[in-house]
Design a protein around this ligand. Sequence first.
Ligand SMILES: Nc1ncnc2c1ncn2[C@@H]1O[C@H](COP(=O)(O)OP(=O)(O)OP(=O)(O)O)[C@@H](O)[C@H]1O
Length: 316
Amino acid sequence: MSDQLPHGQHGGAHVPLLEVDHVVVQFGGVTAVNEASFVAEAGQVTGLIGPNGAGKTTCFNVISGLQKPTRGKVRFRGRSVTGAPVHRRSKRGMGRTFQRLEAFGSLTVRDNVRVAHDIHRGIVGLLRPGAKDIDALLERVGIAEYADERADSIPTGTARLLELARCLAGDPQLLLLDEPSSGLDESETDDFGDLLRDLAAEGRGILMVEHDMDLVMGVCDTIHVLDFGSVIASGAPGDIRRDPAVQRAYLGYSDEVPEHELVGASTGAHVGTHVSAVEETRTDLVPVGAATDATTVIPVVPAAPPVPSHGQEPPR
Ligand SMILES: Nc1ncnc2c1ncn2[C@@H]1O[C@H](COP(=O)(O)OP(=O)(O)OP(=O)(O)O)[C@@H](O)[C@H]1O
């Protein structure tokens, strides 16, 4: 029996392209992923964000098959792939890029994409794509001018786009992108965001771990937020931006101490730190970007002293 069900349908019921279902990953005493459940839909860009150490990469490893979960399931196109090896997931239509660049340094950019295509297609790869197909892909991701350069001589941002081109050479239905914009300048990041929207408009699903909040908030349809391995929020960018639990996760505040105690006790060193952090944040109330109502501001009013902060910018 074929396992290639059309995504989105399963006996009439809606089936997400990707489902992460109560996944737990433990490394000895460390729970890196804690009962995480979320979905990524076809035709959408989905963001997976969270502070450093929140469990994003571990989740990606579970989804792509590099890490066996301690418990829980991963379903792709309605079928469990929890025990499937990486290459089988890839054959079923998952493509992944890594934070670490994986291209062959001594090959040209064009040959890197050609090799990725051949590896993915296996025997079918013998029917090699024409140079025109490869060049069209390079054009699409915006690196055609580097086609004849060795991969180890191109700038980091370009190398990231090469990773994406290599991933797209396998024609995946789901793209798992790990920090895809790092190394891109502002205008390259804008172009990259447009490309992600185009890829989603073709019906592909994109799940992206990304620290550039402008990009995440600008291109994602849905965002899932991890903190200490658990999903603490899921929703549209505007909802995530305003979610108090998300703000706490990024800024490192707990809500156990009422705000009036904070203000009244501002002589304490740690509280002083907190107050200045609050002031710093509040002077930073900025109009939310073009993706939503431009008059909305970020309601960041932490209500308690700091717990060890992840030291990262919250979603803006
Ligand atoms: N192989 C491992 N052995 C032990 N602990 C691990 C291992 N891999 C990850 N961890 C721990 O699991 C937790 C989650 O790590 P993970 O790399 O998934 O987080 P992350 O959200 O991707 O972080 P970052 O944004 O910094 O890349 C961290 O506490 C990390 O130290």
